[in-house]
Design a binder for this molecule. Structure first.
Ligand SMILES: [Zn+2]
Ligand SMILES: [Zn+2]
Length: 134
């Protein structure tokens, strides 16, 4: 038995990680959001949240899971996971993605620099060994 992270009630663990009651409620929220977007294609995220009573966080989860498509709702956005600016695609905005990629490259470059200095070190050692061998 576990406490449901959504409602706090005890439940038997399952793949969704939340209790049956919450799964049912989320399905109802999902249906409500889908219907509302279909009928109001120009809707914004906060308007959808207000109209349906579903939290922005939950709607964002639906979109990230690919369950709700915002391709036909041009005003729908959700916050970037890193900086929170509105995005329509992926988990983070372009600038965060660029920065993250740069950081990654930096990390790779730094570790390869370390490898080089290690190689130089062992190269020096083997040169010394050769000298000693003579
Ligand atoms: Zn629950
Ligand atoms: Zn960002």
């Amino acid at each position: 038995m576990d406490n449901c992270p959504r409602c706090g009630k005890l439940f038997i663990k399952n793949v969704r990680g939340i209790c049956q009651n919450c799964i049912k409620e989320i399905e109802i929220e999902y249906e409500r959001c889908v219907k509302h977007i279909r009928e109001n294609k120009g809707i914004h995220m906060h308007e959808l949240s207000e109209a349906t009573g579903v939290s922005v966080k939950q709607i964002t989860t639906f979109i990230r899971e690919g369950r709700i498509s915002i391709a036909n709702a041009p005003n729908m956005t959700y916050p970037c996971e890193v900086c929170g600016i509105p995005i329509r695609d992926g988990h983070m905005c372009d600038s965060c993605r660029t920065r993250l990629t740069k950081d990654l490259h930096q990390a790779v470059r730094e570790s390869s620099n370390q490898d080089q200095s290690n190689n130089m070190g062992s190269g020096t050692y083997s040169a010394i060994d050769k000298l000693r061998g003579k």
